[in-house]
Design a protein around this ligand. Structure first.
Ligand code: ACO
Length: 344
């Protein structure tokens, strides 16, 4: 039996501070009715002073390690999906590795909202080859730092969060069954931060023109997302000899309820096949799918033996999907009290 990467631990962290649609209506020309009807989002979490990309990732990872019964010393590899690092250098993965007390290699995958599925697939390869036994895959985003709170078309959409899973080898059929990764860099400028990189480095004019913030062509991203979501779900289930209908639960990127409703209609699936928590958190970019996965597990929406389809789209523009069979260790409820301390 071939070796697959099974999810054996999971954890999440969201900042305490809640920013509601009503709060945003005090900041920009918007209202709860518009945001709810166009996106499904009611509120999102925003970092408080104590939250950094590293602290959020560490909190989620400690819970994931606790569920898996591992300590930080047991981790062989950390893969972090992140586009909002504490600093431009070093990569977020190195700081998270050190703060966790781990001594293993660590790398960051930057693929916007598709990043965590890219990271999951990357981690899974190291398990399948036998190179590593315990891989920590984190999705973390402190995206509020790149939001322009004078731009009502973007600031209403996003929130901060972190979530993580532990991957371990399985030979009983559980784990990552199939995947698809995609990129269309020709569409990059539909969702980007124009300033602060090497082409347009930080300068007074970048700041004055607010080019250090996210800019988005919402309608183009919407069209891309609906097409990719449905095509990718068909492709990844097809590779596994299944159809989207065979999936017990679909965990889509939590960007916009209308995008998910569109996918459900075009795939002729009931909406309740899709796990949705975007009303509470908005779009948390690379943390979106793992945060939804962790809550789906905690709420018993995905159980041992069941098959989940995960599918994301995001800046790049990029997309990514995976079909995952849940192993016997999946159980409802949150992380147990840590019997073994996860910190070094
Ligand atoms: N409140 C009130 N009115 C608004 C707001 C707001 N927050 N934002 C835009 N409007 C106005 C616009 O100005 C426009 O007004 P006009 O007709 O007078 O010009 C009107 O509402 C309609 O604007 P549209 O952009 O056409 O609205 P649309 O229905 O397309 O919804 C949205 C906008 C929600 C952004 C949608 O396009 C969308 O969700 N796109 C996908 C975005 C996405 O998922 N991005 C994340 C990708 S993942 C990643 O990697 C980060």
């Amino acid at each position: 039996m071939s070796v697959r990467a099974e999810i054996t631990g999971w954890g999440k962290y969201v900042p305490e501070k809640i920013l509601t649609n009503h709060d945003l209506a005090q900041m920009v020309d918007t209202n709860d009715e518009w945001i709810t009807s166009r996106t499904g989002i009611k509120e999102r979490r925003i970092r408080t002073e104590k939250d950094t990309t590293t602290t959020m990732a560490v909190a989620a990872s400690q819970d994931a390690l606790g569920v898996a019964g591992l300590t930080a010393h047991d981790i062989d590899l950390i893969v972090v999906a992140n586009s909002s690092p504490d600093y431009l250098l070093p990569a977020s993965a190195n700081l998270i590795q050190h703060a966790l007390g781990a001594t293993c290699p660590a790398l960051t995958v930057a693929a916007g909202c598709s990043g965590w599925v890219y990271a999951l697939v990357t981690g899974s390869q190291f398990i399948q080859t036998g190179a590593y036994k315990n891989v920590l895959v984190i999705g973390v985003e402190l995206i509020s730092y790149a939001l322009d709170y004078t731009d009502r078309s973007t600031c209403i959409l996003f929130g901060d969060a972190a979530a993580a899973v532990v991957l371990q080898p399985n030979t009983d059929g559980a784990g990552v069954l199939t995947f698809e990764l995609g990129s269309d860099g020709g569409l990059a400028q539909n969702l980007w931060v124009p300033g602060g990189g090497t082409v347009n480095p930080v300068s007074q004019s970048v700041v004055d023109n607010r080019e250090h913030y996210i800019r988005m062509n919402g309608q183009e991203v919407f069209k891309f997302a609906t097409r990719r979501l449905t095509d990718c779900l068909k492709n990844i289930t097809g590779q596994a000899g299944m159809t989207p209908e065979s999936l017990d639960v679909i965990i889509p990127h939590q960007a916009n309820l209308r995008i998910i409703e569109y996918a459900a209609r075009s795939l002729e699936l009931p909406l309740d096949r899709f796990f949705i928590n975007l009303h509470k958190y908005g779009n948390t970019s690379a943390a979106s799918i793992p945060l939804a996965l962790v809550e789906a597990i905690e709420e018993g929406r995905v159980k041992a033996g069941q098959i989940a389809g995960m599918v994301a789209f995001g800046s790049g523009l990029s997309w990514a999907g995976a079909v995952v069979r849940m192993g016997e260790r999946i159980h409802a409820g949150g992380a147990p009290e840590l019997a073994v301390p996860a910190m070094a």
